[in-house]
Design a protein around this ligand. Structure first.
Ligand code: TEU
Length: 558
């Protein structure tokens, strides 16, 4: 077991879509327990488990009504204990999803808070009076799930803030009792044996107390309030307090991953500087927003140099540590978005993995990435399940804007694409369930599935396993510095990682064309040892002709 957490690779499980043991069409803990050997075989060090807590499931569990229990849909606390033990027995750690920017509206804290203006918990959430001018809501901020970020509570005549669904009221972190309650939840889970937290939207916990309005979007009374709550004034203070109160002095390493939509490189460097005692790593969004114009369904093409430079910007700083990912449960499938899910699915899935795993940071494998799972056909509104997609479409329809172009963009970019069932085998529901799956299985599971890959040395799965092994055995992968080569090349992604005693050269063709390239490295690279390649043959360094989606890593001593 690697002891330096920087050598760990994280695997994300979205429990609803991983494996269903009881035939209700929804994945569960027993389903995960049945597949722990898949994870051990892949060689990952950490599992990040998306929420399994009690929840009304307005946002598939990111709306929590009891932080200290498992929802019956997923199983029981005893089964979660069993899962922790089964993972630990294989040297794999478990990281829980800590969702504390908000709770469910059914959480007892919110039920108490909304019961009256005098409730002792009133101040645990953001309550404000209607205002006379502007929008009746206290600010004109738009929710991430469409419409106002404020909801009127008729009974007490005040609005409460919800940056996400109206059933996800934002906690008021200004109140020290709220922070203490969150710390207690974290200690409770650590005492139970979990090994860390992926902290949901943790850079939204500190808001500008003046609650200023923003410039509305054209044609709408509302606009994105980001500038008033992304990495807000007290965020670092709250993270440092959390470290002091919960993490300091714990035995072993408690892994902390801060999901930070909208954070800058400077924010991430501050949050992950070990001397400041905040977080291990930041999960960034820059690269998954390059293709958005006004919103996630208003798409533009991204030229390769922009993508390369975005990832390179996370690497150059001496300090700063990032979660590296192409996809997760909020993003479409990597191979469909950044690769080629047609003729070059296998080659491009491997190349995406090579480039990601060889960057400096911690690679995150989203369930199914290790198989090269692609986007599924989603064509009509009935194909979607996600509250973000459904609300967006309903709001567009109300304005008369729900045209075929919107559905096409939703089919490419919806969060549901990252949530289609895990493809275990070629059987009718891909081995995911014996019942009716809650969201359709991708028909390509007839060929793209785990059973077909785990024993095949040429599979996308085997390629991931080799990359994970490489990180465990070659310190240059974690420790080496980073230099982007040919930053403006439109097709080739190449970089150097230089460690104390050795260096790695990574070269990838991000296109379906053959590309001849002269790499700006010395001739001493000729004959360097190939450590990983996705196509057969010895690469001709430093002047290779790359086949479609070809990639390789070569190594030499210093
Ligand atoms: O996501 C936070 C977030 O800001 C985005 O990834 C979000 O999906 C996007 O803004 C919607 O357009 C986290 C979780 O990963 C996501 O699944 C939850 O819905 C969200 O927080 C609320 O808990």
């Amino acid at each position: 077991m690697a002891t330096d957490w920087r050598r760990w690779v994280v695997y994300q499980i979205y429990p609803r879509s991983f494996a269903d043991s009881d035939g209700d069409g929804v994945g569960d803990l027993r389903g995960i327990l049945a597949h722990v050997d898949h994870l051990a075989r892949l060689g990952v060090d950490v599992v990040w488990l998306s929420p399994v807590y009690r929840s009304p499931m307005d946002d598939n569990g990111y709306d929590i009504s009891d932080f200290r229990d498992v929802d019956p849909l997923f199983g029981t606390l005893a089964e979660l204990d069993e899962l922790i033990a089964a993972l630990h027995a294989r040297g794999i750690r478990l990281v829980m999803d800590l969702v504390v920017n908000h709770t469910s509206d059914e959480h007892p804290w919110f039920v108490g808070s909304r019961s009256s203006r005098d409730s002792p918990q009133r101040d645990w959430y953001w309550w404000r009076d209607p205002r006379p001018g502007g929008t009746p809501e206290p600010t004109n901020w738009e929710s991430h799930f469409s419409g106002s970020a404020w909801e009127l509570d008729e009974r007490t005549g005040q609005y409460y803030l919800h940056l996400f669904s109206r059933r996800q009221p934002d906690l008021n972190w200004e109140n020290p009792q709220v922070r203490a309650a969150v710390h207690a939840v974290m200690r409770w889970w650590l005492d139970r044996g979990v090994d860390g937290f992926r902290m949901d939207a943790v850079n939204l916990i500190s808001k500008d107390l003046a609650l200023p309005d923003v410039e509305p979007r054209p044609g709408s009374p509302y606009g994105r309030g980001d500038e008033h709550y992304v990495c807000g004034p007290r965020m670092h203070e709250f993270l440092q307090e959390m470290h002091r109160e919960v993490l300091a002095g714990r035995p072993g390493h408690v892994l902390t991953v801060g999901e930070m939509p909208g954070a800058t490189v400077a924010d991430a460097v501050l949050s992950t500087d070990p001397a400041r005692r905040e977080l291990d790593m930041v999960l960034p969004f820059d690269h998954v927003r390059l293709d958005h114009r006004a919103h996630r369904y208003d798409l533009r093409d991204v030229a390769l140099p922009a993508l390369k430079k975005t990832l390179a910007a996370w690497q150059s700083a001496e300090r700063g540590w990032y979660a590296l990912y192409w996809g997760n449960h909020d993003q479409p499938r990597a191979v469909s978005r950044f690769g080629d899910d047609g003729a070059h699915r296998v080659a491009s899935a491997k190349t995406l993995a090579t480039v990601l795993h060889l960057h400096r940071g911690t690679p995150f494998v989203h369930q199914g990435d290790e198989l090269g799972m692609a986007n599924a056909p989603m064509r009509t509104i009935d194909d979607f399940r996600d509250i973000q997609a459904l609300n967006f479409h309903a709001h567009a329809a109300a304005r008369g804007d729900a045209d075929p172009a919107l559905l096409a963009a939703m089919g490419r970019m919806s969060r549901d694409q990252g949530r289609t069932p895990m493809q275990w085998d070629a059987s009718p529901n891909a081995g995911f369930t014996t019942g009716t799956p809650w969201i359709a299985v991708n028909p390509d599971h007839a060929t793209v599935n785990a059973a077909a890959q785990v024993d095949d040395p040429d599979s996308v799965f085997a390629h991931h396993r080799r990359l994970i092994d490489l990180r465990h055995t070659d310190p240059v992968v974690t420790e080496g510095d980073f230099t982007l080569l040919l930053p403006d090349h439109p097709r080739v992604w190449a970089f150097l990682r230089r460690g104390r005693d050795a260096e790695l050269l990574v070269v990838a063709n991000f296109s379906a064309e053959r590309v001849a390239v002269r790499l700006p490295v010395d001739d001493g690279w000729a004959g360097a040892e190939t450590v990983i390649a996705n196509l057969p043959g010895e690469p001709a360094v430093p002047e290779p002709t790359l086949r479609p989606w070809e990639s390789f890593v070569v190594r030499r001593g210093r």
